[in-house]
Design a protein around this ligand. Structure first.
Ligand SMILES: Cc1cc2nc3c(=O)[nH]c(=O)nc-3n(C[C@H](O)[C@H](O)[C@H](O)COP(=O)(O)O)c2cc1C
Length: 386
């Protein structure tokens, strides 16, 4: 083992996640590649995409966000997880990830006010805690509908049903999407939640939806099924939900969750001038992950431009971080883990464009400019090079 490998070794230590074990400390962080068909069913391209990442050596594959209900669906190529009809494709997907030795986790989401299609949003607005106008896209202000008490109950049931289906499909767990500005984080934020009933008001009431979603999900699955949480660590907006709120919520939820990925910013925050290019800044959401990790006894996964493998290993050894989430690095090169463990870090194909091509191609299925040219033509990076 070379000296360099020695310093990266902790990335490859096994990790207990709930009652299951990951072979190493590397997670595929959720990334909406949008390879599902237009009705939200899993496709062969999608199965190959995730299977290839598992084959490359990552320990945990967290999928892109799957919509828990029609009202919670955002993107044209998004995967659905609300009916038995979705089970055959989801089962093939989970089996393919697990065949290559990774844990398979489905991220589940209700998009709330960001529900699509956006083309005729004004005619079919999304649901939100309060009917507050917001910038759906730069220069386009729209107004969502205030979600009713009955629709809140439906959304909670939809999360639980999605978790039940994920377990039936053979996934090792789910990750509840409580970040990025989707419905759960819309309830958490004092900017988007101005309700006067039990779902709004002080921080304890605004976090009630999060707590009830978690309780419903937990009761829909067995104890050995992993439940993770994608947590908004800071809304990055004036007067918004901040790191101290996130720390309090993390402490409150930790008894019910098996791992946590803290991430900063919402779609609205990303539109602010000061946040332009945020995702390309080094370690842009690391500090909040470290602060949250110091408070918790469950694995906390750090994500977002974390530098070299040696830098990542140092976070595990010195900062209380349990694992590293890689989204764009594994889209660009699924063999990232394999190349690092073999001392070939210099051979990794790196994400190198700005603004990222993956973000620009989401509506038609994500592409990456770092893929080898033969793979570019096929539109997804599966097993073509095997
Ligand atoms: C094209 C694209 C799609 C994404 N989709 C999701 C998603 O479905 N769910 C999620 O929680 N985060 C999503 N993210 C955020 C990533 O998980 C990750 O936080 C971000 O890319 C920074 O990490 P990285 O530097 O490893 O790419 C997405 C990011 C990109 C670029």
């Amino acid at each position: 083992m070379s000296d360099e490998m020695q310093s990266e070794a902790s990335l490859f230590d096994p990790l207990s996640v709930g009652q299951r074990k990951s072979r190493n400390r590397l997670f595929l962080a959720p990334m909406s590649v949008c390879y599902a068909d237009s009705s939200g069913f899993v496709t062969d391209a999608q199965i190959e995409h995730y299977g290839r990442r598992a084959l490359g050596g990552v320990g945990v594959v967290v999928t892109e966000n799957f919509a828990v209900s029609p009202a919670g669906r955002q993107l044209p190529g998004q995967t659905n997880i609300w009916s038995d009809d979705h089970l055959p494709g989801l089962s093939r997907l989970a089996a393919e990830i697990k065949r290559h030795g990774a844990l398979a986790i489905a991220q589940i989401v209700h998009a709330g006010r960001y529900a699509g299609p956006w083309g005729d949003y004004e005619a079919h607005p999304g649901l939100a805690p309060s009917a507050i106008p917001f910038p759906l896209q730069p220069g386009r202000i729209v107004t969502p509908i205030e979600i009713s008490t009955k629709q809140i109950a439906d959304a909670i049931c939809a999360f639980a049903n999605a978790a039940r289906l994920a377990q039936l499909a053979g996934f090792d767990g789910v990750e509840i999407h409580g970040a990025q500005g989707f419905l759960i984080s819309q309830f958490l934020s004092p900017r988007s939640n101005k309700r006067h009933d039990v779902w709004g008001g002080d921080p304890g009431r605004r976090s009630r939806f999060a707590r009830e979603v978690l309780a419903a999900v937990r009761s829909a699955v067995t104890d050995d099924f992993i439940v993770g949480w994608h947590m908004l660590s800071d809304e990055l907006m004036e007067g918004g939900y901040g790191l101290e709120d996130a720390k309090a919520l993390a402490c409150e939820l930790q008894a019910g969750i098996d791992f946590l990925i803290p991430v900063a910013g919402t779609f609205e925050a990303f539109q602010q001038t000061e946040n332009h290019g945020l995702m390309t800044r080094p370690a842009f959401q690391l500090e909040s992950a470290i602060q949250i990790a110091q408070l918790l006894d469950i694995p906390v996964v750090a994500n977002g431009n974390l530098g070299t493998a040696a830098h990542m290993a140092a976070l595990i050894e010195k900062e209380g971080i349990s694992a590293i989430g890689l989204a764009r690095p594994l889209l660009s090169d699924p063999d990232w883990p394999r190349k690092v463990i073999e001392g070939r870090e210099g051979e990794i194909n790196r994400c190198n464009c700005q603004p990222p091509l993956c973000l620009q191609t989401q509506l038609s299925g994500v592409k990456c400019s770092a893929w080898p040219s033969a793979i570019q033509e096929t539109g997804h990076y599966g097993y073509q090079d095997q």
